[in-house]
Ligand binder design. Sequence first.
Ligand SMILES: Cc1cc2nc3c(=O)[nH]c(=O)nc-3n(C[C@H](O)[C@H](O)[C@H](O)COP(=O)(O)O)c2cc1C
Length: 194
Amino acid sequence: MFYRPEDGHGLPHNPFTAVVTPRPIAWVGTRGAAGDNLAPYSFFNAIAYEPPQVMFASTGRKDSLRNIEGTGVFSISIVEYTAREAMNMTSGPWPSETDEFTLAGVAKAECTTIPCPRVADAPATFECRLTEVITLPGRGNYLVLGVVTGVHLRDDCLVEGRFDVTRFQPVARSGYKDYTVVRELFQMTRPGET
Ligand SMILES: Cc1cc2nc3c(=O)[nH]c(=O)nc-3n(C[C@H](O)[C@H](O)[C@H](O)COP(=O)(O)O)c2cc1C
């Protein structure tokens, strides 16, 4: 089939995010006037090495975006398989005053380089300074760009000097209500590489 988005897909559910799969999940920690906040965002990726930079997109002016605009900082923690239910709990339509760390029973720690909460036991966390919020086409679409100022790697995830994802099994988002989990890796060498 083929469809133009403006004409509709004609399917029972929008296939768009099922096409871009799996998407990593940024568990975004922020601090605002109403308190600390934690929420998952799967329009997320790493976008540069030097300096390391990340992005995530908010479909609407949500608490995370508002807090980041206020403080200029945020943390992004990686979600391991055993944290999937807690992550899901933090995605609810909770009021701004709700601290989702407490709500979902997620241990909180203070970031090192920025005044911001983070998931204490996450396999990895990026501490980020906002560089830019880009307003995207459409209604209420925002791209949040940040530079990474600190990186936490949980000690048990480091195996012989490598950050070993099979140790914690990151959860990723697919379309609909589907998720996947990374349990297996395979290697390939690029042409010209040794
Ligand atoms: C796995 C997962 C991924 C999500 N990804 C996004 C996303 O990329 N962008 C977005 O705006 N909302 C996303 N959501 C929904 C937000 O988490 C939800 O709207 C949440 O209430 C926002 O919290 P906040 O207002 O505290 O920032 C996602 C939810 C889940 C469960």
